[in-house]
Design a protein around this ligand. Structure first.
Ligand code: NDP
Ligand code: 8X3
Length: 253
């Protein structure tokens, strides 16, 4: 029987690349995100080349009731989730503390922290019932080092780092692996979202470097997921070769 992977935030970037990678390896997919047309499009594209089952679940991870209702009515055939990739997330704005927008702060905390918790709380009982599972949490280099004007985005990813460690400890007795992935700059829709559609600012994020691609992160996640049952990568920081930490870049001039 095919394994099942649940990927949050599969409508673009890292989540979409993970969907393609895991489908190519024969996993059945549960793909989620708010943009249901994109989920449907991804499902059609993947199934054109890979004979896997795909369930699309459009919901906003910030909406606790929507998350709970979605998983309460999960079809029985989809309840044996082998792998949860908690990937949905975003940065909103890049402003100094005194100028930052409180709505942006709430959006980041509600999505990156609360959303991850809501989905995990819904899925963990299903893994406990199976006496096994693997949860991969998408952190960031921003969850390892605070940088200027990163304030609450960094705080949200520091929280993910702490939750990742806490889950690994508490779920140990249930034979559930927990892995944190912490990328540096990855070229996706992330910067466009952060700078609210300002293409100039978004492009500047990657000027002078060859950034990581969503595929690089999907390959890394897949590596962690396919290790033997007795092996668990706890925590993994990954940057492009021209980046060393949140602050240090070797940019082409
Ligand atoms: P993208 O913007 O390309 O993808 C973000 C995904 O998250 C989309 O599928 C989006 O779906 C989903 N998402 C955002 N908000 C919500 C929400 N409220 N409810 C449900 N889904 C949501 O960015 P990335 O692929 O780069 O980002 C994926 C993860 O990787 C994030 O957690 C990000 O913080 C992290 N990361 C990214 C890095 C980078 O440099 N790109 C580096 C380090 C970490 P939709 O809009 O359809 O809801
Ligand atoms: C995204 C990486 O450094 O742009 O999490 O915050 S960074």
């Amino acid at each position: 029987m095919n394994k099942i992977v649940l990927i949050t935030g599969a409508t673009s970037g890292i989540g979409e690349a993970c969907a393609i990678k895991f489908a190519a390896a024969g996993y059945n997919l549960i793909i989620t995100g708010r943009r249901s047309a994109r989920l449907q499009h991804l499902k059609t594209n993947i199934q054109a080349t890979h004979p896997v089952e795909i369930l699309t679940l459009p919901f906003d991870v910030q909406d606790r009731k929507a998350v709970a209702n979605t998983f309460a009515s999960l079809p029985p055939d989809w309840q044996k989730i082998d792998l949860l990739i908690n990937n949905a997330g975003l940065a909103a704005g890049r402003d100094s503390f005194e100028n930052a927008d409180m709505d942006d702060w709430e959006t980041m905390l509600n999505t990156n922290v609360h959303g991850l918790l809501y989905v995990s709380k819904a899925v963990v009982p299903l893994m406990i019932a199976e006496k096994k599972g693997h949860i991969i949490n998408m952190g960031s280099i921003a969850g390892k080092e605070v940088y200027e004007r990163g304030n609450v985005y960094c705080a949200s990813k520091f929280a993910v780092d702490a939750i990742n460690k806490a889950m690994r400890i508490d779920l140990l007795k249930h034979n559930i692996k927990v892995t944190g992935i912490h990328p540096g700059a990855v070229e996706t829709e992330f910067a466009r979202v952060r700078f609210k559609g300002n293409e100039t600012k978004a492009a500047a994020t990657y000027t002078g470097i060859i950034p990581l691609t969503a595929g690089d992160i999907a390959d890394t996640i897949f590596y962690c997921a396919q290790l033997p049952d007795h092996v668990c990568i706890n925590d993994l920081v990954i940057t492009c070769t021209q980046q060393a930490g949140a602050y240090y870049f070797n940019k082409n001039t």
